[in-house]
Design a binder for this molecule. Structure first.
Ligand code: GLP
Length: 243
């Protein structure tokens, strides 16, 4: 793992954006396959990429993107859906083709079949070149909560109480937070050729310590990234404080 301890959000955003920029340039006309994450952690990097698009001509025109996860029960148009979040915070502000930004259908009649079809769609696209990740305070990545199988594929998962509490800030009340999600599995995520994970704040420090130097265990799902040969971790000093 390549660990960057940064002094502020702006520096972290630049480091992450540099990794994206290299991936886009390396892919050239073939078009990069990007794996995008929601949550607050990647937003500064998305903002920096939007700036580079507007001011420096960085183009995403040939790229396609797959989201990590989606809440079960929320249609694409719902304000709190991840389909909506990624457009609002990133892809509506760059030149990527909107139809090339794909996420699991939260309102699919058969979520189990939707999960399998989504996993197959990523494989059929040739896999993800660069996956950006945040990390939950309990060590989850995407919605792979503690006890997720290290080889898991995209599937329907239940959310941990702590995740529901963490994400309640986006909803009017905690009772509105969906209790299930469609999430890429730990095995699916590790098939990305490169991974960049970003985290900030004291509340992520324990999870970051398990990610970087803990035992590989389903108890801390992010620790499974130690099995991947090309992971870049970008953390601020608070998130790095237990390393
Ligand atoms: C959610 C998402 C994760 C994200 C996590 C952390 O549960 N499913 O992909 O990493 O929240 O969110 P934040 O970055 O807002 O702390």
């Amino acid at each position: 793992m390549e660990i960057h301890i940064v002094t502020d959000a702006a520096e972290g955003a630049r480091v992450v954006a540099d990794v994206f920029e290299k991936t886009l340039r390396d892919a050239g006309d073939t078009g990069a396959v990007l794996g995008l994450a929601t949550g607050s952690s990647p937003v500064p990097a998305y903002t920096e990429l939007i700036r580079r698009h507007r001011e420096e001509g960085l183009s995403f025109a040939t790229a396609q993107a797959f989201l990590l996860d989606e809440y079960v029960g929320l249609p694409a148009g719902h304000e709190q859906s991840y389909h909506h979040f990624i457009r609002d915070n990133f892809t509506a502000h760059i030149d990527i083709d909107d139809a090339a930004v794909v996420s699991p259908a939260g309102d699919a009649a058969d979520p189990v079949a939707e999960a399998a079809a989504y996993d197959a769609r990523i494989v059929a696209a040739g896999g993800v070149d660069l996956q950006i990740l945040g990390i939950g305070s309990n060590g989850h990545i995407a919605f792979n909560e503690p006890s997720s199988s290290l080889g898991s594929r995209t599937r329907v998962v239940g959310l941990a109480q702590s995740t529901i509490a963490d994400n309640a800030r986006y909803f009017e009340e905690a009772a509105d937070v969906p209790v299930r999600a469609l999430s890429q599995g730990l095995g699916t995520i590790r098939e990305a050729r490169r991974i960049v994970l970003t985290a900030s704040g004291e509340h992520k420090a324990e999870a970051v310590a398990h990610l970087v130097e803990g035992a590989i265990s389903a108890r801390w799902p992010a620790s499974s990234l130690q099995l991947h040969p090309d992971v870049v971790v970008v953390v601020d000093e608070s998130a790095a404080s237990q390393l």
